[in-house]
Design a protein around this ligand. Structure first.
Ligand code: FAD
Length: 435
């Protein structure tokens, strides 16, 4: 048994973690256990990848085939996006969808049907999966595609590991000419202006906004919108031109210890948000950045989650339908800024149409998604229960891969629970949610 938690470091549980790269050992485990869950790199925030018995797929980490002509990568479940980038970028390809960290596994990304800054026009990762091979709950190995064993394919994309253990899969990649991005930055005084800018920039390949979640009154929703495009060789300044397809470097700085719980209080959050805004105003509007700086700025500090102290933190991420965006987000931001919570990082993205080929547990729906980090405390649980009521009122839902505390009632009211096929693959989260 070992103490186990995911990125939010809440909850922490004692678990038995099994890891192998042999399918026959895996099949014996699956057949012998009553309840278990697959786990990738534990970058979900709450309890989605936790259970008393965990099957880690980190040692299934090989690239099986890379077809550079078609741009299709066939790789094992536990390969990290960081390692995929090392293989594909020098060959002129990029991930079709990427989260805000490259330290997630390919299977973990598919099980959460992750979205990036391009969901409004590119969709979630499930759209780019051609084939998945899964070990189901009797130890059978089944290959599925949108037309072959399509029920299994559908329930695996965004299925949070409940349909079985993903062993390997095929991903369609995006063609790029350089590994750099052209970023445009727009500072906005409030929420209304921000949502209007999202609307008028639908054609941007990537968009994301940072919001000062502690601003109130007239400044409610003051923010910085970042738009992005993959750079062409002619966009690059001279020093970059000899190495246009360079890959990321290793993380140089890791937090050596967990900070004391009082460290990130309300005053620090306020200072952090104001400093961020000031820096945004002072730096150039259009910048050429390496993909690592553009997509993965938080990866520059390894284990930054330790900033939040021993009790850990919660990331509250929800989506609201487009038509309720302004009203719903206004009410939610008002509640956050008038609370004593000390919200440090709030990130808003636009989501496009939901995927058709995905599990009922998949998160995206057309609208706006906001993610806010809160340090764990008794008061935060009460605040988040109140925010749930607003999300419910406006027809939204919470993202399971970030959740550690949603109630059964909230889950049942916002996801099509009756369409979920329950097997022996269960996480502590699905048990908490009554599945
Ligand atoms: C800094 C940071 C930024 C992030 N940004 C985004 C973002 O922009 N967009 C977004 O959508 N998400 C984002 N995430 C969340 C992250 O992308 C997902 O939680 C992802 O699923 C984590 O992958 P993992 O390999 O760590 O999987 P884990 O956290 O280990 O597991 C996540 C889920 O996948 C299942 N799973 C893992 N491996 C397998 C397998 N082999 N077979 C079947 N099921 C499996 C688990 O059971 C669990 O339900 C972010 C996370 C962090 C820490």
């Amino acid at each position: 048994m070992e103490s186990c938690c995911n990125w939010g470091r809440y909850p922490k549980v004692e678990a038995e973690v099994f890891s192998t790269d042999r399918y026959d050992d895996l099949a014996s485990l699956v057949k012998s256990e009553q309840v278990l869950i697959a786990r990738g790199n534990g970058r979900c925030y709450g309890d989605s990848a936790l259970q008393k018995k965990i099957c880690s797929t980190l040692s299934l980490n090989k690239c099986l085939e890379f077809d550079v002509h078609q741009g299709i990568l066939h790789a094992e479940a536990g390969i990290m996006l960081a390692d995929i980038l090392h293989i594909i970028v020098p060959n002129g390809f990029f991930l079709p969808v990427t989260p805000g960290t490259k330290w997630v596994t390919l299977a973990g990304a598919v099980a959460s049907n992750i979205h990036g800054k391009n969901h409004h026009n590119g969709g979630a990762i499930g759209r780019y999966i051609d084939e998945i091979t899964v070990m189901t709950d009797n130890g059978d190995i089944i290959t599925c595609t949108p037309s072959l064993n399509s029920d299994l394919f559908k329930s695996t994309i965004g299925g949070m590991g409940l349909s079985g253990i993903i062993l390997h899969l095929k991903l369609r990649l995006k063609k790029i000419e350089t590994g750099f991005m052209v970023q445009e930055k727009i500072c906005l005084p409030g929420l209304k202006e921000l949502l209007e800018k999202f609307e008028t920039n639908q054609d941007s390949s990537y968009s994301v906004a940072w919001i000062d979640a502690m601003a109130k009154g007239k400044s409610l929703g003051r923010s910085v919108l970042f738009l992005g495009e993959h750079a062409l060789p002619e966009d690059l300044p001279l020093p970059y031109q000899n190495d246009v397809l360079r890959v990321h470097e290793k993380t140089t700085f890791r937090l050596p210890f967990t900070f004391p719980s009082f460290f990130l209080g309300k005053a620090v959050a306020k200072f952090f948000n104001q400093a961020y805004l000031l820096k945004a105003k002072m730096t150039r509007t259009i910048q050429v950045l390496h993909y690592d700086q553009y997509f993965y700025p938080l990866d520059a500090i390894g284990q930054w989650n330790k900033f939040y102290g021993h009790k850990g933190f919660l990331q509250y991420q929800f989506v609201l339908p487009l038509e309720h965006g302004l009203e719903g987000l206004t009410q939610i931001l008002e509640k956050i800024s008038s609370s004593n919570s000390g919200a440090h990082l709030a990130v808003l993205k636009q989501l496009g149409e939901a995927e058709e080929m995905c599990s009922p547990l998949s998160f995206p729906m057309k609208g706006y998604t906001l993610a806010v980090d809160f340090k764990v405390s008794d008061a935060i649980f009460k605040l988040l229960d109140e925010l749930d009521q607003l999300v419910l009122k406006y027809g939204g839902r919470l993202y399971l891969t970030k959740d550690a505390r949603m109630s059964k009632e909230m889950f049942a009211a916002t996801y099509a629970v009756d369409q979920i096929n329950v097997t022996k693959f269960k996480s502590l989260q699905t048990e908490r949610l009554g599945l």
